[in-house]
Design a binder for this molecule. Structure first.
Ligand SMILES: Cc1cc2nc3c(=O)[nH]c(=O)nc-3n(C[C@H](O)[C@H](O)[C@H](O)COP(=O)(O)OP(=O)(O)OC[C@H]3O[C@@H](n4cnc5c(N)ncnc54)[C@H](O)[C@@H]3O)c2cc1C
Length: 305
């Protein structure tokens, strides 16, 4: 079996940046992606904070450019889902793909990103795709002139609540605390939006509806009062889970499954690096993902030579 110098797992911003740097360094590299390149940015309506685009850019256009940039430097692309990684010998790692395919490589950059967390309440799973959504950009237009609830209080929740006011006639933001975690500028935008109403100190206990969402049952944690709010959509933004289950026991992670690295993106396993949202770090954004990807590819080149 041919042995690659580098395999990058995941074609989001971190993986694509790593591919650009690896390609420019003439590494014999491969980019493995289970879907199509782009990652979470594919479902982001508008990116306003990526340097170089003062007017903002659509998420799709941004990652389309990144993928074209990676292809320009000759990265080999392969479609496939990694299910595990095993060590072969001191200088070889084996990547096992779904469907029993295997790839041998000297080094790996894990750039598998993250996925949004579920609330875990009654009705959520049954009504997902029938009013329950984790992506306002994808599903917002289905809720034109309807009433929706957003659950969460971080950047994603507030940003997506603002986005939903383009379609919905009313957006409730249900948050378990009495203040938001979102950045001040987003908070100000949301507070000033007449279509957004905040429901503080409250959690969603149940999502109700027979064929589609009809209401949410809310518990006010301070007063103990329960109420029912009629809504046709529920958008859930309550945290993020790294896509690292397949690596459990192979590299060091924190309790939440985020991979621990040093400043060079090296993990606890020789020849294995991690970049982007799957890595333990303070800020999960496109700009930090591409920075990680570039650093990881640089470290691979440095360590191989
Ligand atoms: C709704 C929303 C809005 C956002 N808005 C912004 C914003 O405005 N500005 C900003 O900077 N950031 C924003 N972000 C965050 C940003 O999208 C992420 O920080 C960034 O995409 C992380 O890049 P990544 O490459 O680490 O991971 P991801 O983008 O998650 O990409 C990971 C890739 O790995 C693939 N993959 C996963 N597991 C496997 C496997 N086992 N085998 C093969 N492939 C696999 C996935 O299919 C995916 O393509 C937003 C995110 C969301 C969800």
């Amino acid at each position: 079996m041919d042995k690659k110098q580098l395999v990058i797992i995941g074609g989001g911003p971190a993986g694509l940046a790593a591919a650009i740097y690896a390609g420019r360094s003439d590494l014999d590299g491969m980019l493995l992606e289970k879907l199509s390149p782009g990652g979470q940015v594919l479902i982001t309506d508008r990116v306003d904070n990526y340097p170089g685009f003062p007017e903002g850019i659509s998420g799709f256009d941004l990652v389309d450019k990144m993928a074209a940039h990676a292809r320009k430097f000759g990265i080999e692309e392969k479609n496939g889902e990694v299910v595990s990684i095993t060590r072969q010998d001191d200088s070889s790692l084996k990547i096992n793909l779904a469907g029993d395919e295997e790839i041998l490589t000297r080094t790996i950059i894990i750039a598998t990103g993250a996925t949004h967390r579920a609330l875990g309440v009654k009705g959520e799973e049954e009504l997902t795709g029938r009013g329950v959504s984790y992506c306002a950009t994808c599903d917002g237009p289905f809720f034109r002139d309807q009433v929706v609830a957003v659950v969460g209080g971080g950047d994603s929740a507030v940003q997506e609540a603002i986005f939903l006011t383009k379609f919905a006639k009313k957006v409730y933001v249900i948050h378990r605390r009495d203040e938001l975690r979102a950045t001040k500028i987003l908070q100000k935008k949301a507070m000033e939006n007449p279509l957004i109403e905040f429901i503080w100190d409250s959690i969603v206990e149940e999502i109700m509806g027979s064929d589609s969402v009809e209401a949410v049952r809310i518990l006010n944690k301070k007063s103990g009062a329960k109420s029912t709010l009629a809504v046709q959509g529920v958008f859930i933004f309550v945290g993020i889970q790294p896509n690292t289950k397949f690596l459990r026991g192979f590299v060091d992670m924190d309790q939440g499954g985020f991979i621990k690295t040093d400043d060079w993106m090296r993990t606890s396993e020789k020849g294995v690096y991690a970049a982007g949202d799957c890595r333990l770090k303070p800020l999960l954004q496109i700009v930090t993902a591409v920075s990680d990807g570039a650093t990881a590819a640089f470290a691979v080149e440095h360590d191989l030579s």
